[in-house]
Write a protein that binds this ligand. Structure first.
Ligand code: ADP
Length: 499
């Protein structure tokens, strides 16, 4: 089975959040299971520099030899040249295509808004163009790769299933089957309707889904992905149920319910080679995640080092870490409002994040209060190294999200022996077991949050119980193998639906 995975991020080439981790790791498990899997992402300016130019292959493709396969697509009434670079996902032989186009893709940052939420029409056009170029990749350059399955991810790729269906040749020939994974339903990519004409008005506007969607004068990219794809998945079983409700459905709950026979929840995994405290190059003190004694010792050494790195008081107190994109979704407000109480309970607190300016400012102003000095650190940046050191140093890891499609940080935390404290929503409640591998709170309010913190502290203070719970966390297996098998079954289903 030949699978093309299409996304806006892929670790370690480009990562803003969990989407990048997933696209950098799921393909490895699919490949291990015997699939011919390839990945395509935009050739952002930043990565063309680091992944192509550093190897002196600009315009000749990454990889040392001339693998450039330029082609032309029509967008907004103009012929646009697309430069296709081919490299591999690092440390694998999985082909990774980067699509370069100066006007639409390869200038500016990764996302236009630091919170990674679709913000401007310019951003939407970037991904509309990218989507058309991806379809061009196997229509115009069938010799490069012709997939059986096109696996699209999030709003950035939502229009691809419609573009495939509107491609004239697929009216007669078998088209690739499409599967669309929702990583975050809140970020929908709502566009003005001119994008339909820019893509291909004559054909696309005949699509009943596009007609229906544009009746209210906008086009919702994620809804197009849901309506147009043969199979729809989301990243945890609980979120697959939640998005059918008004509370979590982001206005699309009825659309999802209408398609529910084709909507499945497949839990994300993590790459246990990337997230491995035994080999993690960002740590000065490595430790084996297989052995509880080693974990407790290793974490204590890492805590000391992080305290030094962040100018925290060097003392043996429980540390709570939080590493997150800073958006309303993540519930940072409830956490920051509880900082005084947590400090008075004897915790040290480390927050690492970047995103929404108002949340960043709130963290900076709270963390710089003189009476908290030495016990709190707020680091406002994206830094893979600091993130790993927080996972390794922290005793607890907080994820107080309003909603959480899956969440990877709680799984990474467990792998590093940090016990998660999470809200009982979405993938968080699918991965954390109350009192066994972490602590959960139900209602999104400060009093429930503080009461779970108190419960967690009582367990921390009982060294036997504490050892047990850390031991349970490191014994969890969040590798991709099982979920990859579920995807393979769904690919087969999509192929059957596409016939
Ligand atoms: P989301 O995809 O909603 O951002 P996830 O929990 O699925 O959340 O994944 C977040 C990923 O991004 C994790 O690998 C986490 O370590 C990483 N991450 C988030 N913020 C930062 C940051 N400021 N610096 C480094 N890594 C970060």
């Amino acid at each position: 089975m030949k699978v093309l995975i299409v996304a806006s991020e892929c670790f370690p080439v480009v990562k803003v959040g969990g989407l990048g981790d997933v696209i950098g790791s799921l393909p490895k498990a699919l490949k291990k299971a015997g699939l011919d899997v390839r990945i395509v992402i935009p050739g952002y300016q930043k990565i063309l520099h680091t992944w192509c130019e550093s190897q002196a292959q600009h315009h000749t493709g990454c990889g040392g030899e001339d693998k450039s396969r330029d082609f032309v697509i029509h967008y907004a009434g103009e012929a646009q040249k697309v430069i296709l670079h081919q490299t591999v996902l690092p440390e694998t032989d999985i082909p990774l295509y980067l699509i370069e186009n100066e006007k639409y893709i390869s200038s500016g940052g990764i996302y236009m808004d630091p919170s990674a939420f679709a913000s401007s029409q310019e951003e939407i056009e970037r991904f509309a163009f990218f989507s058309k170029a991806v379809v061009g990749l196997f229509v115009a350059r069938e010799d490069v790769f012709f997939p059986d399955i096109v696996h699209c991810n999030d709003w950035h790729t939502g229009i691809i299933s419609q573009l495939i269906k509107s491609e004239a040749r697929y009216l007669e020939l078998n088209r690739p089957a499409t599967i669309f994974t929702i990583h975050n339903l809140a970020n929908q990519g709502i566009s003005s309707t001119d994008v339909v004409n820019k893509l291909d008005g004559e054909i696309l506007s005949k699509s009943p889904y596009i007609k229906w969607d544009t009746a209210d004068n906008n086009l919702d990219f994620i809804m197009q992905g849901i309506l147009g794809s043969d199979v729809v998945t989301t990243v945890s079983p609980s979120y697959a149920e939640e998005i059918k409700t008004q509370e979590f459905g982001e206005g699309l709950n009825e659309v999802i319910k209408a398609k529910e026979a084709r909507v499945f929840g497949v839990l994300n995994g993590i790459d246990k080679d990337v997230f491995n405290p035994k080999t993690d190059q960002y740590l000065k003190v490595n430790y084996s995640p297989e052995d509880l004694e080693a974990v407790l010792k290793g974490k204590s050494a890492n805590k000391k080092l992080l305290q030094q790195e962040l100018s925290l008081q060097e003392k043996s107190v429980p540390m709570i870490g939080l590493v997150s994109r800073l958006t309303n979704q993540k519930g940072i407000d409830i956490f920051v409002s509880s900082v005084d109480e947590m400090i008075s309970m004897g915790f040290q607190i480390v927050i690492l994040g970047t995103g929404d300016k108002a949340i960043e400012n709130r963290i900076v102003s709270k963390m710089s209060e003189p009476e908290l000095s030495g016990n709190c650190a707020g680091i406002i940046k994206f830094d893979e190294g600091v993130a790993r050191r927080v996972y390794a140093a922290a005793d607890f890891f907080a994820v107080p999200s309003r909603f959480e499609p899956c969440g990877l940080t709680q799984m990474i935390a467990m792998r590093y022996g940090a016990v998660p404290i999470v809200r009982a929503v979405g993938g968080l409640k699918d991965t954390v077991k109350e009192g066994e591998t972490g602590f959960l709170f139900e209602g999104f309010n400060q009093s429930e949050f503080l009461s779970v913190i108190k419960r967690a502290k009582r367990v921390y203070d009982d060294k036997n119980l504490w050892g047990k719970i850390v031991g349970n966390c490191i014994a969890e297996d969040f590798s991709w193998d099982k979920s990859a098998q579920e995807y393979i079954l769904l690919y087969a289903k999509a192929l059957a639906f596409a016939q």
